[in-house]
Write a new protein. Structure first.
Length: 422
């Protein structure tokens, strides 16, 4: 009697090839359970940057999941080195949204929060995390810090999702991502790709009244900041529930509830009208943002340009450096070390680096120090070159430094000078 049947249908003979384990079936397509307005929002998000403002319970996260599935071919390993980032405002939501994405997609999902010690990770650690990560769920401050340290680059992100995107105001992490990185790259001449933006929230407007101008201003501000257009729709099911509640409360004479419900419906109508009116207006460039201010960011320089064929290497230093480029020729295996050594020598020669290879800093002093009631003294330092000292001279120089320090901070100057014997 023959051997047992394998998964491929052949006999389990010694000559049969091993059969690879069957992959688990893909998760069901969430489109099959999506409502018409969710599919419409997905279509808008696929076409361009979109901010979906739908009331609580209308299924905003399902739209984000369907968008991730639509972008799966752009982030799937190993064909792509880009990835998607899902930002949430709280640590609790990190795990919650990561589980939703894992449940409805076959993408590799990784989650990050401050409790994991990510603040102390270096570039190598982040690179190892991104080797197989296709969707990264994290809080916005983590992404902002990584962009500032150049661990992440916007061109590496194919899709950037903002949960509760109404937090993109002022100088919050959501807003700083756009002000410090997205808009400078958008307004630059570089051809690097920008991520697709998708934001979602249930509360668009901060307003206690029904001022139409205020609604229009706030919608325009968040659209310009996130370089996206609003998709705003009240689902009929939830609207019907609200109306039924109003009718029931009015029947029992609850005047306050009736008034609040009327404001709710009127507010939704104004938001719909203003979002439709602004829909045909292109997003405007930002004015008076951090993009024009000085703030800390680690640039991608220094950068090495190596030509192995000719055995040359060019080191490009930051714009703040007095030496912009350094060129060397030599053995290919040590070109980087050679050009770095030459850069240090050139910076040291012009006084930009001290003998300890530290930057020479000019610290302004508003007032000259008053030394023992005598006339104020000023010292001008000028770099004249390398001085070679023998061991005895080094000892004398150290004693001299100690004496000067004691002289400056002590009250008894004569006692200080007694320690130094020429």
């Amino acid at each position: 009697m023959g051997g047992p049947l394998t998964a491929a249908g052949g006999r389990g003979d010694g000559g049969a090839k091993a059969v690879e384990p069957l992959r688990p079936p893909p998760p069901p397509d969430p489109k099959t359970m999506a409502r018409w307005y969710q599919l419409e929002a997905l279509e808008r998000a696929v076409r361009g940057n979109t901010l979906a403002f739908l009331e609580t319970g209308s299924g905003k996260t399902l739209i984000a999941v369907m968008l991730l599935r639509a972008y799966a071919h752009r982030v799937r390993r190993p064909d792509s080195r880009r990835f998607a980032v899902f930002l949430v405002p709280t640590v609790v939501l990190v795990g919650q949204q990561a589980r939703v994405v894992e449940q409805h997609t076959d993408l590799v999902v990784k989650q990050f929060c401050g409790e994991m010690g990510v603040d102390f990770w270096d570039a190598a650690t982040w690179r190892s995390q991104l080797e197989d990560g296709e969707v990264l769920v994290m809080t916005p401050q983590i992404l902002l810090d990584n962009l500032r340290h150049s661990f992440f680059r916007l061109q590496d992100i194919a899709l950037l999702i903002f949960d509760e995107c109404h937090h993109a105001r002022g100088n919050t992490p959501y807003a700083c991502i756009f002000k410090e990185f997205y808009h400078p790259q958008l307004n630059s001449s570089a051809s690097d790709p920008l991520p697709r933006i998708f934001g979602m929230s249930a509360s668009l407007i901060y307003s206690k009244d029904l001022n139409q101008h205020n609604y229009s201003k706030q919608i325009s501000e968040i659209e310009n900041l996130m370089n996206s257009k609003c998709f705003l729709l009240f689902s009929y099911m939830l609207l019907a529930d609200k109306l039924l509640t109003v009718l029931h409360e009015v029947e029992w004479g609850d005047v306050e509830a009736h008034t609040n419900a009327k404001k709710f419906l009127a507010s939704g109508q104004i938001m719909r009208e203003e979002s439709l009116r602004l829909g045909s207006i292109s997003c405007q460039p930002l004015e008076n943002t951090l993009c024009e201010d000085t703030y800390y960011r680690v640039e991608s320089t220094p950068a090495f340009d190596i030509d192995k064929a000719s055995g040359t290497c060019t080191l490009h230093l930051p714009k703040s450096s007095p030496v912009q480029t350094v060129n060397v020729e030599g053995e290919g295996s040590i070109l980087k070390e050679t050009v770095c050594l030459k850069a240090c020598q050139e910076l040291h020669a012009i006084g930009a680096l001290t003998d300890s290879l530290l930057p020479e800093l000019d610290v302004p002093c508003d007032e000259e120090p008053d030394i023992g009631g005598q006339d104020n003294a000023s010292v001008t330092m000028k770099y004249v070159g390398i001085i070679h000292l023998n061991q005895e001279q080094v000892i004398i120089a150290r004693r001299f430094q100690t004496t000067i320090l004691s002289f400056l901070i002590g009250d008894d100057h004569l006692e200080a000078w007694s320690y130094f014997d020429f």
